[in-house]
Design a protein around this ligand. Structure first.
Ligand SMILES: C[S@@+](CC[C@H](N)C(=O)[O-])C[C@H]1O[C@@H](n2cnc3c(N)ncnc32)[C@H](O)[C@@H]1O
Length: 212
């Protein structure tokens, strides 16, 4: 697709996203964000257990979002919203004065082939975007069943000045996602905290592991 067409499409998507976000963000700040929320099991349960938190799930697949919306509607949750959005565009659409309080990235597409690694969500530039939109003490929770992606994410986060890996941060909530249920070989998790200053005592590498 020609570059001008991509830019025009993204501009149109940004306008739609901003219009969708405006009413959502009137009273409900800051945000618990799940990127790639899939079928919505995790965030629906999380929002149900945390009525004080406002949760947004974003995904590229409209049918998964529709299922998610049905779940949260059935559960009569008022503190959750689902948006059809690509993560980078969502962050761009977020008003400057809105902060993320926690971010979940659960079983993201692993892009196992080397030539596709550039498509992985956890990359230095994306971590910078997240850090810019993260409020003080914002937590980033990452979980995958793909060991090479886990190692990649851990290394990239460890190197990134905006985030500090934390082995003392407990996994905040357990509810198996669809892809977690399929993870026959187990999975690994890490947590990172938005860094103010990178210091020796806050740069302890993490991890929790649930290898089966
Ligand atoms: C492997 S699925 C995992 C879904 C869910 N988290 C789970 O554990 O069951 C990855 C999801 O991330 C979504 N996704 C991939 N890249 C994305 C992006 N850049 N922005 C938003 N969603 C994305 C996909 O559409 C897909 O639903």
């Amino acid at each position: 697709m020609p570059l001008e067409k991509v830019q025009a499409l993204n501009a149109a998507r940004l306008t739609v996203l901003r219009a969708q976000l405006t009413p959502l963000l009137e009273t409900k700040l800051p945000i618990t964000l799940e990127i790639g929320s899939g079928h919505g099991h995790f965030l629906t349960a999380y929002a149900g257990h945390h009525p004080d938190k406002f949760c947004i799930g974003i995904d590229l697949l409209a049918d998964r979002l529709e299922r998610s919306a049905r779940k949260s509607k059935r559960a009569q949750l008022a503190n959750i919203a689902w948006l059809h959005a690509e993560a980078g565009l969502f962050l761009e659409a977020l008003p400057e004065d809105v902060a993320l309080r926690e971010i979940f990235v659960l079983f993201p597409d692993p892009w196992p082939k080397r030539r596709h690694w550039k498509n992985r969500l956890i990359q230095p530039a994306f971590l910078s975007l997240l850090a810019q939109r993260a409020g003080e003490h914002c937590r980033l929770y990452f979980r995958t069943d793909h060991a090479p992606y886990f190692d990649h994410a851990k290394a990239v986060i460890h190197e990134h000045a905006g985030w500090t890996l934390s082995d003392s941060t407990p996994w905040p909530f357990e509810l198996a996602t669809v892809f977690q249920e399929r993870a026959a070989e187990g999975y690994q998790s890490l947590a990172a905290i938005k860094a103010c200053v990178k210091s020796p005592e806050c740069s302890v590498p993490v991890t929790t592991s649930n290898k089966r």
